[in-house]
Ligand binder design. Sequence first.
Ligand code: TRP
Length: 336
Amino acid sequence: MSKPRYLTGITTSGTPHLGNYVGAIRPAIASSQDDSIDSFYFLADYHSLIKSYDAAALKKSSKEIAATFLAFGLNTDNAVFYRQSDIPEIPELTWLLTCMASKGLMNRSHAYKAAVAQNEEHGERDPDKGITMGLFSYPILMAADILMFNANKIPVGKDQIQHVEMARDIGARFNHHFGQHFVLPEAEVGEDVAVLNGLDGRKMSKSYGNTIPLFEPPKRLRKLIMKIKTNSLEPGDPKDPEGCTLFQIYQAFATAEETTAMRTNYADGIAWGEAKQVLFEYLDNILAEPREKYNELMANPQKMEQRLLEGAEKARAISVPFLQDLRSSVGLSPLS
Ligand code: TRP
């Protein structure tokens, strides 16, 4: 039996924060260290072009995300870690799949529908105002990422399930017309993975500007933690850990025993300032070592570059011959 193959992409926009770590990075690092599975992780830099026209920001985010994965110990002997734009077979496969994807399917994509809904809300006369073909057909690029490597399991957030289903549809249609080439992937949504709230109590997200970046210097980390919104209960008042952002972040990092102890502290009326100080010290302690590695990698990016290129080489050992095969299956082959 061959190993199950896991594959996921990380869009290179923004600086990785605590929410990204708990939701996506930590599980990816764990799978990379598990040799009973085959894992593929990549910087989805073509995807980030859909939303950003800021070249410097794209480059900065790619560097930060690569450094974060490596600083936390991604095992690149076991996992294939690469940059999407180093695999020219992906855009080529995107075209083959574009010709297999029905336009109606793309019309139903949540990302596109949300953009249209926003235009309608704003009373725009053209519902497609500002919507590029990149946004419209982005599920096809994502299908190419997945089908290129015949991945079985795609660890994603709930918002991406539809895209994985579209990849199945498109892959199945290709198989129907041109023979059995693609494995049909399944989304894997980690039910027990915590979704962290941010400084203001809403979901931690770059788009809300409420994030706590992973590798801020300690002083800055402390300052951000002190900003986390709490209520006006006084020291000595019993406090409810449920729905408390501070508690939720602590719980996502601490052991079960530590969490139980913190629950008791809440019941005993720990002051908010003290709870924040405890969280700060806890995180600072956990993050100190990876932060040092991160800073080192950021200062010497040529080492990361080298590792990404090695990853691309491993990925292309698969994508080059596979694309050749796909090309000939559709009739793109030498005349004789
Ligand atoms: N679209 C995904 C996101 O926004 C990122 C992504 C790109 C991806 N290609 C992928 C995820 C392939 C899984 C598989 O989160």
